[in-house]
Design a protein around this ligand. Structure first.
Ligand code: C2O
Length: 515
């Protein structure tokens, strides 16, 4: 493989993605961040320079980081933050292909702009001839108030655990906003330009759809055009045709769309699933749009498309049915050797702040002494609030998730993919008879239905410390986070780089690491 080098400089700046000007984060002066892409087998070198006055990290979401667990980018788990004016080079071999993204894993930074797409091309893609061109579509929710203020309110008794509602949503960093609902004195321009996509009649496009939201799931569609799902988070699937595609936070899909409709303009729609919000902001228009225009269209563009939305019913707030998706290649699914029951709920703490709990323990981050360094230093017992699960080599682990909360939670496992064996919306007892152990899909982020359950199976074959958390960014802050310490003995045989150790000068005890 080749080495592909990217420089990411993270700074603050003012920008108006939807016409509402605000202070936010930029990467290389732009938003969303630049495309990182490579081929399977390449090595990615990502030089991160921190121009902020606070620390930061970059996590490559979905990358296995086999042999380089220190580059997973999670403060408190795999590294100390890159300090203000500091830098870190993340360098890792890419053994997988598909649609990924990168984001800050520090506090609420990704909500305010530290995100970008990461695409790994598959040399042996069976759908190669079905795609003339690739188009990246990043969906996300968007807030007009700074995240620190929102977080302070959310983590106070007043919020009663209700997450802040987004003010808007964006497609590839664009949307418009009706400024009459913006607060007095704000710098806001109505009718900001929407994202524009060009189709050439007869061509086939692979849309790589990424939900980079903090809080919102979407239902994605393009008027008049059906979509063939061919990839779920790195797993190539058999073709599955949909009109409307539900996509939860941090999930990704590739779909093939043929430009086979009359020469015209069409709406691309990302409908926010506000029915799963605790509160909905008055100024929010939950229908986020962009425009798809055939290249030879020469009609008026003033009014926007007159196309009609698909009307298919899809279930709200749950994943695209796992049973509709089949892996392209058959797999053999191993039997479990171990299981963990993981109960999710929310409770008020002693100060009446509603926090997220995993098996009755809310996660408290230990920023200055990340778990991976603890493991190097020989620690085997972890404080209960670190929510550590330890697994040894080549275990087949079933995660039995029981969601006692009234909201759904998109859980993400770092460093692995898991088989989605089954899930259900009612009751706290999994229906073991309904599990699919024959041809389930694998992914890295799956929704645990509200008041329901899910069973996810993964193979412990990657030494490291791997986050397992709800990807609702507000819930990361309120403690709905766990971590797997996998193969601690093997971890200690891997040699971490000096630049990484130097980020935690006080905690890395080199005399304790074996080599
Ligand atoms: Cu997208 Cu813990 O990450």
């Amino acid at each position: 493989g080749n080495e592909k080098v990217y420089d990411l400089t993270i700074s603050r700046g003012s920008n108006a993605p939807d016409g509402f000007k605000r202070d936010m984060f930029l990467i290389n002066g732009q938003f969303p961040g630049p495309l990182i892409e490579c081929n399977k087998g390449d090595t990615l070198v990502i030089n991160v320079k921190n121009e902020l006055d606070e620390d930061t990290t970059i996590h490559s979401h979905g990358m296995f980081q086999r042999g380089t667990p220190w580059y997973d980018g999670v403060p408190g788990q795999t590294q100390c933050g890159i300090p203000s004016k500091g830098s870190l080079t993340y360098k890792f071999k890419v053994e997988q292909s598909g649609t990924y993204w990168y984001h800050s894993h520090s506090r609420t930074q990704y909500i305010e702009g530290i995100i970008g797409p990461l695409i790994v091309h598959e040399p042996n893609d069976p759908y190669k001839n079905e795609c003339d061109e690739e188009i990246i579509v990043i969906l996300q929710d968007w807030y007009h108030t700074d995240a620190k203020t929102l977080l302070a309110t959310f983590l106070s008794p007043a919020s009663q655990g209700n997450e802040p509602s987004p003010d808007n949503g964006l497609i590839n960093g664009h949307n418009s906003f009706n400024c009459s609902s913006a607060s007095e004195g704000s710098d806001c321009v109505s009718n900001a330009p929407l994202a524009q996509f060009k189709f050439v009649k007869g061509k086939k496009y692979k849309l790589r759809i990424i939900n980079a939201s903090a809080f919102s799931a979407f239902i994605f569609s393009i008027d008049g055009h059906s979509m063939d799902v061919v990839e779920v988070e790195g797993m190539i699937t058999r073709r599955h045709t949909v009109h409307r595609l539900p996509i939860n936070i941090a999930q990704r899909y590739s779909v093939i769309v043929t430009a086979d409709q009359p020469i015209d303009q069409y709406w691309m729609r990302a409908e926010m699933e506000t029915s799963c919000f605790a509160v909905v902001s008055d100024d929010l228009n939950p229908l986020i749009t962009a425009v798809v225009t055939y290249d030879t269209y020469n009609g008026s563009t003033d009014q926007g498309p007159s196309s009609k939305a698909w009307s298919d019913d899809v279930e709200n707030c749950v994943d695209l049915k796992a049973s509709d998706l089949k892996p392209y290649k058959n797999q053999k699914i191993p039997n479990p050797s171990k299981n963990f029951t993981i109960v999710i709920n929310f409770q008020p703490d002693e100060n009446d702040v509603v926090l997220g709990y995993i098996n009755n323990s809310t996660y408290k981050i230990d920023t200055n002494d990340p778990t991976l360094i603890k493991v190097y230093n020989g620690v085997t017992q972890f404080s209960p609030n670190l929510n550590v699960f330890t697994v040894e080599k080549d275990e087949i682990v079933d995660l039995i998730l029981l969601n006692q909360d009234a909201g759904e939670h998109p859980f993400h496992l770092h460093g692995h993919v898991f088989w989605c064996l089954g899930s259900g919306e009612d009751g706290t007892q999994p229906d073991y008879n309904s599990l699919n152990t024959k041809d389930p899909i694998q992914r890295d982020t799956a929704t645990i239905p509200a008041g329901g359950w899910a069973i996810l199976r993964f193979v412990s074959n990657n030494p490291g410390v791997w986050g397992f958390h709800c990807h609702i960014e507000w819930h990361v802050a309120s403690g709905l986070v766990a971590q797997f310490v996998t193969q601690p003995d093997q971890i200690k045989r891997l040699n971490p780089p000096d630049e990484w150790k130097a980020l935690c000068p006080n905690s890395f005890n080199s005399s304790n690491s074996s080599n």
